[in-house]
Design a protein around this ligand. Sequence first.
Ligand code: FES
Length: 377
Amino acid sequence: MAIPQSLAPSSSSAAREARPMLRRASPSRVAATGAGATGEPARRLVAAFDPAIPLASAVTPPSGWYTDPEFLRLELDRVFLRGWQAVGHIGQVKNPNDFFTGRLGNVEFVICLDANGKLRAFHNVCRHHASLLACGSGQKTCFQCPYHGWTYGLDGNLLKATRISGIKNFNKNDFGLVPIKVAIWGPFVLARFDDFSEDTVDDVVEDEWLGSASELLSRNGIDTSLHHLCRREYIIQCNWKVFCDNYLDGGYHVPYAHGALASGLQLQSYETLTYERVSVQRCGSAPAEQEDIDRLGTKATYAFVYPNFMINRYGPWMDTNLAVPLDATRCKVVFDYFLDESLLVFILLSVHTYIQHVCSCIVSQQHNMISIGTLLW
Ligand code: FES
């Protein structure tokens, strides 16, 4: 097995020259790879838009906002890699050693719950030659790099660097995984890619992520008692903002795109409440529907959290939509569905009863077949 050139013990001066790959990377260097430099054309696109224009005179942003890769780079740099971002839900890191991975722009990240129950997040990049470290989600007691086997604890410490003996001035403590700030609000896991301090105070997160809308969202039942049912992911051939624009058009498309839904709403009552980083949409339901359909009317909360996270809370249900940019003209939308625990028991019982019914039908069918077989024989 070849020893990586950067690590090969050697007495030759040429080999010594070849080693500086073990330079210690500062967190800011790693984070900067998420966006890269953005060019003048993207900045010109922004400058051409005047946010001070009164709403009645506003026009759609230039098409370059939705198609230009440079513009997306600028958004990653200025929007996504600054401030808190929703990256998952607490059901993904429920037990010690649970982990999940993700990607935002060029930043690969891994979130895990260490053996002591502490939530942690790291750049998912090996400190040797930058291989991707973990894939997907699941349970691990350590992260072993698939390239040359360096092994890290779930606390990010480098536990083992393979065949490293003989390398001078190598200190394992200098090569732990680069941390990312992580926090929880309600059932959501949040990450912050522009802040490298380890500890986070929860009420600071609440204020920084949701501002003055946090109280309203808590009051409307966006909490941890809901059970995560399932996840669906869709790749959509459009810029990530197209999905968000559709969500935020204040019901403009509803009468035409969702005729059946529109018939259950009092669209003239549609209102949008705006906060610093959140907007909440509400609409009264038609009188005949008021008691029946939890998804409609003032009983439902549709909240958009800047820049790309949507929370829909209605009756015993909640679903969330996360629009993740993949490139300028494609995004991945992640739908997570949650249900009130009490209803979950009801559904499980119904499923159990249904399965019992199906099983008894199968058994009786088999019995009939055996009886017929006996008669024939
Ligand atoms: S890239 Fe070499 S051990 Fe990870």
